[in-house]
Structure formats: C-alpha cells, structure tokens
Design a protein around this ligand. Structure first.
Ligand code: UTP
Length: 237
C-alpha cells in the first residue's frame, strides 16, 4: 500500500453494489430511507462506497430506445444515466452524510472516497454492468470487501426457477463462476449477476466478494458480523 493511501485511509472501505431492483416506480420513500439509515449507521465503523444499479426503469428505457433504432453504446449510456438517477435519490436521503457529487469516472470516485464520507455513484463506462464497475471501484479504492447486493439470494448449483431442489452455494471459486457465465450476453440491459469483467478484476486483485440478497439486515450482517449470507466468491491467494 503506498503512502497516499496509508495516510488517507482511516476506515476500511466496503464497496456495495445495490441492485437496481430496489429502485423504480414501485419503490417507496421508506425503502430508500431504510438504506440511507443503514449506510449512515455502518459508516461509524467503515466507509461505504455504493454503486446503484439501473433496475427496471433502465431496462424499460433501453427497450424503448432499442426499438427506436439506437446503437448499443447509446443504450449503455442510457442505462448509466438511470443508475445515476437512482444514485441521486439515495444521495438525497443521505444529505450531508454523503459526498455531495455523483462521481462520473474512477478518478472522481477516488477523490470522493478521500473525503471519508459515504460515496454514492452509478455506472461509469459504457460496455459493462454496474457489477463490473463496482469491482473496478473496489480495486481502485482498495476496498476490504465487495458486497454485490442483488435480487436473488446468491448463486445456486442449478436454476432455482427450473429445479425445485436447487442448492444455494456457500462459496464458489472465481474460475467456476467464469465457467457458469461462458454463455452470457453482452447486450445493454442484459448483464447478469456477475459478468466476466467483474470476475477478472476480482481475480486479479483478489477482492473478497460476496453475492447476497439486497436487504438492509443482510448487508449489515455481512459487514458488522461477517455473517456468511449468500455466496462467497473465493480467489486462490
Ligand atoms: P445494470 O444492469 O448493472 O443495473 O445497469 P441493475 O439493474 O442494477 O442490474 P442488476 O439487476 O442488479 O444486475 C443497467 C445498464 O446500464 C448500462 C448497461 O447497459 C447495463 O445493463 N451500464 C451500467 C453501463 O454500460 N456501464 C456501467 O458502468 C453501468
């Protein structure tokens, strides 16, 4: 760790990707407030760096624009715009507890993290998902953990929508995860639980990663009590 980081890093940083599924037209004010309260309270021990996903609204807009003839890069930009709008909603609830600007690239994320405040951001670069962006952010802010809070409980050994006895995996290696994703799509709006860019970054920087259901109690348990909720992605050290 270089001096720059040693001097400025007071608390452990934990990167939390918040699934876009918690935002959208059905979301109530109380849900956003609950997330803001949880982030404020864990901030006494750690510094959360949060990336909000685009959710249904992003996918709706991407679908409309694709039908109107948009190219994929512009669809990605649209997804990023919606994820930033979601980030802004959470930022509004956090008020002065969070860094006041939504960072637009990795360097801005680093500057925001240097403030010591809670950082809220959305997507950064076209061509990837907020999962990949979150892994890159975890790498550049030297996070001690990356929590991917999503709309499922974790990774199963088979599709739980098809197989009734599908088992939730407690851990999976990053290489096994890559094999599961071999046939994944890279079209705007269709990036899955984890994508190959995210996994490559997790692998190269050995970032302790967990996929868990987006729920404030779950996230708090994973941070404060190191509970084994969801699925841990392990990397050989
Ligand atoms: P996501 O698909 O990552 O959001 O971003 P989400 O809804 O949170 O995903 P899940 O459901 O939790 O997994 C929405 C879209 O925005 C674009 C992509 O097209 C992506 O599908 N995007 C997002 C980017 O191009 N770059 C980014 O850094 C982030």
């Amino acid at each position: 760790m270089d001096d720059h980081f040693r001097n400025s890093k007071i608390k452990d940083r934990i990167v939390i990707k918040l699934s876009g599924s918690i935002f959208g037209q059905d979301t109530s004010e109380s849900v956003i407030r609950e997330y803001a309260d949880m982030l404020s309270s864990i901030n006494s021990e750690i510094q959360p760096v949060v990336i909000s996903g685009g959710g249904k609204i992003a996918r709706h807009y991407i679908g409309l624009a694709r039908a109107l003839g948009s190219d994929e890069a512009n669809l990605d930009i649209m997804g990023i715009d919606v994820s930033r709008l979601n980030a802004r909603l959470l930022l509004t609830a956090l008020q002065d507890k969070a860094y006041p600007k939504i960072p637009k690239d990795l360097e801005e994320v680093v500057l925001a993290a240097e403030s010591g405040k809670i950082v809220i951001t959305g997507g950064l670069h076209p061509g990837q998902s907020t999962n990949a962006t979150s892994a890159l952010i975890a790498e550049i802010v030297r996070a001690s953990k990356f929590l991917n809070a999503t709309d499922v409980d974790g990774i199963y050994d088979s599709d739980p929508n098809i197989t009734s006895n599908a088992k939730l995996l407690k851990r999976i290696t990053v290489q096994q995860c890559m094999r599961l994703l071999e046939n994944d799509s890279s079209m705007a709006g269709t990036y899955d639980l984890m994508d190959i860019v995210a996994l490559k970054v997790i692998e190269r920087s050995k970032i302790p990663t967990r996929i868990l259901k987006a729920d404030t109690a779950n996230i708090r348990n994973a941070i404060e009590h190191d509970n084994e909720v969801g699925t841990e992605i392990t990397v050989i050290r």
